[in-house]
Design a binder for this molecule. Structure first.
Ligand code: ADP
Length: 488
């Protein structure tokens, strides 16, 4: 099958969070299975071009209409971990992708609406007719709308569009002028069953457009597919989702086992696997040396996360207090999404920096994240909202036992050691329901207690996690089934 991914991120060249990991991991496994896969991305100035093999200019002067102008773009092309990627580089005063970062600009809706139009224009002009265009989140939500409303008639007849929802909290709400800018007709599209936003009477909701126009909608776990239909996690789009629920599926993410494998990880000092765990003990000592923590008979409780309201900021802080009060060591690696959150954690860092048992590293550090995975015993993920979550899966891969809130994809991947109906070999962590300190403690207490009192059982949980199949193979097959169902 010929599949074109269109997205705002791709690990490791343009990553903010899990979205980049998914586009990269899924593309890789589909390509390994013999499918023709390519990825279209914006040509950000902050792109890690040093990680792109054979980067070169592949297409000159692609003329893309925007408002009443034609913007000239060049297309660069190269390989990221063997996957063919195309990068759209507009030459205009807007400097759409020259901002030193991927998101967070006031004109984000315009930047990404242009990206949608340019991607389709690129496919059209180069005569590409993929079987499937796979788009992700609000940034590429206009792709299914534009394909149907404009590009089908222009000749882009073959592709069918699958749109994956990674995070409904961001929907791309903009003035209807933006539709005009990319060549759509607001008068026809601004209705309640199409793009009209539910809450803002004159605004277009781009993600809503994707739900209406895509041939298939997926979200990143079966549990989250249910949550967005039946709870407030639908973030105002429940009605539209219900109207289109016949084409909605939940497919859990996998993790890229090439990147997350303690048996081959170049970032860690001693590699290890389920058959050889002593390497993990060595890495734990190494992590302590590296972070200046005391060598002691204590579990290391870790958090690696964006420090964002959605991730349970208060519960993360409580985790640190509770772990330290209960004879554990604590390591937190995270970067804050907003200044007030940064200040909360800076304050905690000032209080704990002198401690022999606690380190807060308030930045984004990929290598350190791998080293913490290798050294830690327990990983806490106290999310308020979590469509899938990857850290619980990478943690398991490294023999770190996850303690997670019972929400979204965490429910589909973590099975409680005490309260799950799974067989003993399949339980791999601890869950809690209520997002309060008491809720968190109800699970973290059990994990810590097991580490101190029943190390053999704790070790078995580590092994169960390491043997859990969190690879992309199963999910990729599900995506292929969905693609097969909609292709012509
Ligand atoms: P998100 O909602 O942030 O995408 P996910 O759990 O799906 O959450 O994916 C986040 C990814 O980013 C994980 O691989 C996680 O380990 C990684 N990550 C988050 N914060 C940091 C950080 N400060 N340093 C390194 N890696 C991080």
């Amino acid at each position: 099958m010929y599949i074109t991914q269109v997205g705002a991120e791709c690990t490791p060249v343009a990553k903010v969070g899990g979205l980049g990991d998914v586009i990269h991991g899924l593309s890789r496994v589909l390509a390994e299975q013999g499918h023709q896969v390519e990825i279209i991305l914006p040509r950000y100035d902050c792109l890690r071009s040093d990680l792109i093999e054979g980067l070169h200019r592949a297409y000159e002067d692609l003329q893309v209409p925007f408002y009443d102008q034609w913007l000239s773009c060049s297309i660069e092309s190269g390989y990221v971990d063997g996957i063919h990627c195309f990068f759209i580089d507009p030459h205009s005063d807007h400097g759409f992708y020259q901002r030193g970062r991927i998101y967070g600009e006031v004109d984000d809706p315009g930047r990404f609406a242009f990206f949608c139009r340019a991607s389709l224009e690129f496919l059209l002009k180069t005569g590409k007719q993929p079987d499937i265009i796979h788009c992700h989140d609000w940034h590429t939500a206009l792709v299914p709308v534009l394909r149907w409303e404009r590009y089908e008639a222009l000749g882009l007849e073959r592709p069918r569009v699958c749109h994956t929802l990674h995070n409904l909290a961001h929907q791309g709400v903009a003035g209807e002028y933006l539709l005009r800018a990319v060549g759509l007709e607001p008068d026809r599209l601004m209705t309640s069953d199409r793009l009209l936003d539910r809450d803002q009477p004159h605004a277009a909701n781009l993600l809503k457009g994707a739900l209406v126009y895509a041939n298939a909608i997926t979200t990143v776990s079966p549990r989250h597919a249910w949550e967005i239909l039946y709870t407030d996690q639908g973030m105002g789009l429940q009605e539209t989702l219900h109207a289109h629920s016949h084409k909605l599926w939940g497919v859990i993410n996998g993790i890229d086992e090439g990147t997350w494998d303690p048996q081959t990880d170049p970032h860690i000092v001693r590699t290890y696997g389920p058959e050889y765990l002593p390497g993990k003990a060595y890495d734990k000592r190494q992590l302590r040396r590296q972070l200046g923590l005391e060598e002691a008979a204590k579990p290391i409780v870790a958090i690696i996360s964006q420090l964002d309201r959605q991730k349970g900021v208060e519960l993360m802080r409580h985790t640190a207090h509770y772990a330290l009060e209960n004879s554990c060591q604590m390591v937190l690696l995270g970067s804050a999404s907003e200044p007030w959150i940064d200040e909360l954690f800076q304050e905690l860092k000032r209080h704990t920096d002198g401690s022999a048992d606690c380190r807060l590293i308030l930045e984004y550090d990929e290598a350190l994240s791998h080293q913490i995975h290798a050294g830690a015993d327990i990983m806490v993920i106290p999310s308020i909202y979590e469509p899938c979550g990857l850290t619980q899966m990478t943690a398991m891969q490294y023999g770190v036992v996850p303690v997670v809130r019972r929400v979204g994809g965490l429910v589909d991947s973590v099975f409680d050691a005490n309260y799950s109906d799974k067989a003993f070999e399949e339980v791999n962590g601890f869950l809690f329901d209520v997002p309060t300190s008491a809720g968190l403690e109800s699970a973290l207490r059990r994990a810590i207690w097991l580490w101190f009192r029943y190390p053999a059982y704790f070790r078995q949980l580590r092994l169960n996690g390491m043997y859990t199949d969190n690879s992309w193979f199963g999910p990729a097959q599900e995506y292929l089934n969905i693609f097969e169902g909609i292709r012509v």
